[in-house]
Design a protein around this ligand. Structure first.
Ligand code: SAM
Length: 411
């Protein structure tokens, strides 16, 4: 692990405090917690989690870069789409979940204002208190006249009549892990690798945790089998024969549950999500036998989630089929699913680029390069997807028409 940069003393102290807290949870639960609980603590434990600990997480100085951090043209495309949907919706309201640094909010508000729409009711739902502060500062700096349009909600509104947006939201939600062993489903959780918190290792890359697999409870085992079956790879009467012993992956409960809650409350509107991931047929492909769980730390990707608690991002790709099923169960229509690249091109990315600066100028070339990152298949264009769900109106989905892959979501 020596290629990872060392955290400073304060970061190590905070991580050690979080480790002690996670070890107490493990001890309190009889020596084992599900990985989803561990991931929730590592990312969101107040004051100590990756998103709640307060230091700079995104952008060039952080651990990873998201699309709105790469170019304001991403937000310009989302703004154009929102303007079209407002016409059907009849109200100019956006609810953004997980707004990160607030870049997307500023870009969308500025984009709408360029089209003469300045009376937007923009609401943000953000789990992280330090990020809410960062969002306020970003909006004041980048959209000072429009910042008063923005308010922060503590929880899901009871009744949603809005365009709901989320960029890289679902991949930041905790997942459960499973492993197959000789025809059995095991749940992979986390146990202690030290006898007592006093024995916590000081070395930043030594972990006081270890993975512990145990037979899945019957409900979890059933749901894993059902999910694997949705991938279309199961053969014959032996439900697990396609995957073989040792296959492991993630099971996402929270993303679909979040979408179901939004859908239940939505009287009219659209949910537009961007994230990296696959339909079930690719997610649970028998050859993807190590799952998709990944850790981001100072622009390096690695696969040990049990180190650097609170200092590194933990993330799993999104199973878009699971989202589509959750949406269908609450009566939301999927109106489009395709690659981020094709969605952005369909939403006028090149036209926004042409208007962004004098062609040939340094500013233009910088934006052109960013556009390349957003749409290139080798970068964010193909792995990242756009998906939209709607209820209560004939919401335009023209941006998805270049490559609408809804047909692969549910078999
Ligand atoms: C990977 S970051 C993406 C941030 C931002 N959307 C961007 O593109 O830069 C994930 C964000 O989702 C937030 N988050 C995760 N789960 C959430 C939930 N259930 N409700 C609201 N925000 C959530 C995190 O605190 C964080 O701001």
């Amino acid at each position: 692990m020596d290629e990872l940069p060392e955290p400073d003393a304060e970061a190590r102290r905070a991580s050690k405090e979080l480790n002690a807290r996670l070890l107490a949870w493990i001890a309190g639960d009889g020596g084992w917690i599900g990985f989803d609980r561990f991931m929730a603590g590592a990312l969101y434990e107040p004051g100590l989690g990756y998103y709640t600990g307060g230091s700079r997480r995104f952008g060039r100085d952080g651990d990873f870069v998201t699309a709105p951090e790469i170019s304001p043209l991403f937000g310009a495309c989302v703004a154009g789409q929102c303007a079209r949907w407002f016409e059907t919706l009849g109200v100019r309201r956006i609810v953004e979940f997980g707004a990160g640094t607030g870049q997307l909010a500023a870009q969308v508000l500025n984009g709408l204002a360029r089209d003469g729409i300045t009376d937007v009711d923009y609401r943000i739902v953000e789990l992280s208190a330090p990020l809410r502060q960062v969002q306020r500062h970003t909006l004041e700096a980048l959209a000072p006249d429009l910042a008063p349009c923005v308010s922060w909600l503590e929880s899901l509104p009871e009744r949603i009549e809005a365009v709901v947006i989320g960029n890289e939201l679902i991949d930041a939600m905790p997942v459960r892990l499973f492993r197959l062993d000789d025809g059995m489903v095991l749940e992979r959780g986390v146990g202690a690798a030290v006898d007592a918190p006093e024995a916590l290792p000081d070395a930043p890359f030594a972990s006081p945790f270890r993975f512990v697999d145990r037979p899945a409870d019957p409900d979890f085992a059933r749901r894993v089998l059902e999910t694997l079956a949705t991938s279309g790879w199961a053969q014959g009467d032996e439900p697990l024969s396609a995957w073989g012993s040792g296959y492991q992956s993630e099971f996402a409960e929270q993303g679909p549950a979040w979408l179901a809650s939004v859908g239940e409350r939505m009287v009219r509107g659209v949910v537009l999500l961007f994230d990296y991931g696959f339909p079930a047929s690719e997610y649970y492909h028998p050859q993807r036998n190590g799952g998709t769980l990944a850790c981001h730390y100072r622009h390096r990707v690695h696969h040990d989630p049990l180190i650097l608690a609170g200092l590194q991002d933990l993330t799993a790709h999104v199973d878009f089929s699971a989202l589509a099923r959750a949406a269908a169960d609450v009566g939301l229509d999927c109106i489009g699913f395709g690659s981020q690249g094709s969605f952005l091109l369909g939403a006028g990315l090149l036209e926004h680029l042409a208007r962004s600066a004098e062609p040939g100028s340094t500013a233009y070339l910088r934006q052109a390069q960013a556009v390349g990152r957003l749409v290139s298949e080798a970068e964010m264009g193909e792995l990242f997807k756009a998906i939209a769900f709607a209820r209560g109106g004939d919401f335009d989905a023209a941006a998805f028409e270049r490559s609408d892959r809804r047909g692969v979501l549910i078999r």
